[in-house]
Ligand binder design. Structure first.
Ligand code: BGC
Ligand code: BGC
Length: 604
């Protein structure tokens, strides 16, 4: 059947599902006014727009930033929130469907009660692409169940300096491992076909060189409202300048993008970092010549949050530079009126060619068609009961167990618990928020019972035999003279994300070192479990420790670690990052004699 609009006789070819996508895009583009085209190039943050305005301006995309949750934060409210925007878009003049995006970077992590998987650094230690693909698949199910069809993941950053607060978003310092796992995740998320209601568009990020920036080079943008301030520790390397020459940039940071394009990448997020002193959002050579030209990327590019604003003190100038460099959609994220108005001016003035606008809109619409958004009723989505379901938590448990890396073992592991006394210390041993890290419920994450999950303490309580005597004190202050067979200390970083997590020194703090020393007094065998978003310098404490386990940021199912500690499941994790002896070995260089090299991991 042909559909007609407003008494016009031209059939709405773009609405006909049997017409090839290219023709549908041509037809739709033909019908669009300039402002409608700018609307499609807009991505707005969900609190910065009303549903009415979505319809009025034909806005293309809405996002939840980190912590962009409905109140109360339930899966039901998420779905209702997203669908209210989708309904509004469907009621716009041309009815172009809306694409909603969120950061589901380790599970659908903004959503209370979703399954939270280990952060990428832990998945790197599993070295298991099939498992990572499965995580991509079930994350997509939970995400799509809330009607979100676009996930700002996977990060394929190749972190080369563990002072970086985003190190944990990186699968590995090795580009080939990051490439392998990033591609696996993307395949899982995007499924057999993008137009299945269970498939979620990935955003491969952040293009390019985000993991290669140098300490002290973070750009400062006085003109960007609320820009994050440094104190000499935070925001010192994140968003900085990548000093690699082109050959090194290609050999290291570009590698995962080749694999991602091969695996079907249709969206890539541009990085905040600069290269050679010029911000990536304005790098026409890398965005257009290399990525869209040489590498043949036919999907669309989205900016990072306020990425355009960083390009120049004048918004107009920044927008002209960015769009002409090859950006297709702008994560505005606050002021769509300013964006649309400035785009109009730039096109009228001839500073942005209309051909560039058409190319951008064509790319966006093509992916929307590929996702089946025009053909499937958006109410056709997976069951909400999948969010945080037992099957998904079981996959998370496997990931926790496979990501644990045994670094030192002097007859400490597996724990022989029968008839033994065991003391456990460390606040992280019993804190859901700390085991999840940043990008969990809130942008920065938070300590405390922030979502549904199980801690290592719960796992031990459940799994230890009845003959074991067991006590826990977060601060390790057991009564003087207490002596146990075994002590377990969880040493954990406080949650952080992005530049808030930049640190000049990743050694144990004075308090953490004191906790290890205190527990040493209380036990014959001391086991340290590290929860961290990067290797920590632990050389000064090593003599005190009999068993050392790197458990990264395990997510909601940290209880599963108990099975590995108790020998019910073998250790199999291997380092995807070399482990430095001292801060002198940071950033990485091939000449360093590391404490433990990449690939290292003992079996108990
Ligand atoms: C981060 C991205 C993220 C985006 C949306 C930015 O600050 O750099 O990784 O996808 O925000 O939350
Ligand atoms: C948002 C994040 C975003 C960050 C960027 C936060 O307020 O929640 O999504 O990445 O700002 O600076």
């Amino acid at each position: 059947m042909k559909t007609y609009i407003n008494g016009k006789t031209k059939p709405l070819t773009y609405k006909e599902s049997d017409v090839p996508i290219e023709k549908r895009v041509d037809d739709l583009l033909d019908r669009m006014t300039l402002p409608e085209k700018f609307g499609q190039m807009t991505q707005i943050e969900k609190n910065s727009i009303s549903a009415d305005a979505i319809g009025e301006f034909g806005i293309g995309s809405v996002l939840s930033g980190g912590g962009g949750n409905p109140d109360p934060n339930t899966p039901e409210n998420w779905r209702a929130m997203v669908e209210a925007f989708q309904v509004a878009a469907a009621e716009s003049r041309l009815g172009i469907p809306l694409l909603y995006g969120s950061d589901a970077v380790h599970g659908h992590n903004n959503v209370y009660s979703a399954t939270i998987f280990p952060h990428n650094i832990g998945l790197g230690a599993t070295n298991d692409p099939a498992l990572v693909e499965e995580i991509g698949r079930v994350t997509a199910l939970e995400t799509a169940a809330t009607s979100v069809r676009w996930n700002f993941a996977p990060a394929v950053s190749v972190a080369r300096d563990i002072r970086w607060g985003r190190s944990y978003e990186s699968y590995s310092q090795d580009p080939h491992l990051a490439a392998k796992l990033g591609a696996a995740y993307l395949k899982g998320s995007q499924g057999e076909r993008l137009d299945l209601p269970t498939s979620v568009l990935g955003s491969v990020k952040h293009f390019v060189g985000d993991g290669g920036t140098a300490w002290g080079t973070t750009g400062r943008y006085e003109w960007v409202k609320d820009w994050w301030q440094t104190d000499g520790e935070r925001w010192m390397i994140d968003q900085g300048d990548c000093l690699d020459d082109e050959d090194a940039l290609r050999r290291v940071h570009l590698v995962p993008y080749l694999a991602a394009i091969e695996a079907g990448a249709r969206n890539i997020m541009v990085s905040y970092n600069s290269w050679d002193g010029l911000r990536m959002h304005g790098q026409k050579y890398m965005l257009t010549d290399v990525l869209k030209g040489e590498l043949g990327f036919t999907g669309f590019l989205v900016t990072d949050w306020l990425g355009i604003n960083q390009l120049a003190a004048d918004y107009y100038d920044g927008l002209v530079i960015g769009i002409n460099a090859g950006i297709d959609m702008v994560m505005v994220p606050f002021d769509h009126l300013l964006f649309i108005k400035t785009m109009s001016e730039a096109v009228i003035n001839g500073d942005i060619p209309i051909t560039r606008v058409d190319d951008a809109v064509r790319r966006i619409l093509t992916v929307k068609f590929e996702l089946g958004l025009f053909d499937n009723d958006f109410t056709d989505r997976p069951d909400l009961a999948l969010v945080g379901c037992e099957d998904h938590r079981e996959i998370a448990r496997q990931a926790v167990q496979k990501s644990a890396v045994l670094l030192k073992n002097e007859n400490a592991l597996p724990i022989q618990a029968d008839n033994k006394t065991i003391l456990v210390a460390g606040v992280g041993a019993n804190d859901i928020g700390m085991q999840c890290g940043g990008w969990t419920i809130e942008w920065q994450g938070n300590p405390g019972p922030i979502t549904v999950g199980e801690t290592l303490l719960t796992g031990l309580t459940d799994k230890l035999p009845a003959s074991t005597t067991f006590a826990y004190a977060a601060d390790g202050n057991f009564p003087q003279g207490t002596k146990a067979d075994i002590g377990i200390v969880v040493v954990s970083e406080m949650p952080y994300s992005e530049g808030e997590g930049d640190r000049s020194d990743v050694s144990l703090s004075v308090e953490e070192a004191a906790l290890v020393a205190r527990m040493r007094e209380h036990c014959d065998t001391l086991i340290v479990v590290l929860y961290s978003g990067r290797p920590r310098i632990i050389t000064p404490q090593l003599d005190q420790i009999d068993g050392l386990v790197a458990a990264w940021l395990p997510g909601s199912e940290a209880a599963a670690l108990a099975d590995v500690l108790l020998g019910n499941v073998p250790f199999s994790g291997t380092l995807s990052f070399a482990w430095p002896r001292t801060m002198d070995q940071v950033p990485y260089s091939a000449d360093h004699d590391f404490m433990w090299p990449i690939g290292f991991g003992l079996t108990a």
